[in-house]
Design a protein around this ligand. Structure first.
Ligand code: MN
Length: 153
């Protein structure tokens, strides 16, 4: 027997804000490895649809954590523009663009100096924790000058 979801419609109350969807801290820990990022869980996932669909917004001049993990991300840019590092490639991003982050691949999103970068990010409900690069891994990443100037830690 299937159960009816509690909520079948959620109103957008303001641009990129939704009724009863909390504006959350990006991560529980603190530090300089990210800057100006908020998180909203639009669909928390369940056994019928074991994914989470989140909206992240990076404030101007901000960035997400440079990280890697076994799970993958499917991302759609829905607000503003920016740039992303995926592996060793840096892509400029515009609204409507799609980004796929494969498993065990270093990635970091950056907003431009002016204006936010907002994106939808789909992940598996059950997933491993992101990890940050070791000093050795960071040194290896920095061997590429373009990557070295892009990343923020
Ligand atoms: Mn990630």
């Amino acid at each position: 027997m299937s159960s009816t979801p509690e909520r079948t419609h959620v109103r957008q109350t303001a641009p990129f804000r939704w009724e009863d969807v909390s504006l959350l801290a990006y991560k529980e820990d603190e530090g300089t490895h990210f800057k100006g990022v908020t998180r909203q869980v639009l669909f928390p996932g369940d056994s019928q649809l074991p994914v989470q669909w989140r909206y992240f917004e990076v404030a101007e001049g901000g960035h997400s954590t440079l990280e890697s993990h076994d799970h993958v991300h499917a991302v759609m840019i829905v607000r503003g523009e920016g740039a992303v590092l995926v592996g060793t490639r840096i892509h400029r991003l515009a609204t409507g663009d799609l980004v796929y982050v494969p498993a065990r691949t270093w990635h970091q999103f950056r907003a431009p100096a002016q204006g936010p970068l907002g994106f939808l990010c789909l992940v598996a409900l059950e997933r491993d924790k992101p990890r940050r690069p070791t000093a050795e891994e960071l040194a290896r990443l920095r061997e590429d000058p373009a990557v070295a100037s892009f990343i923020r830690v």
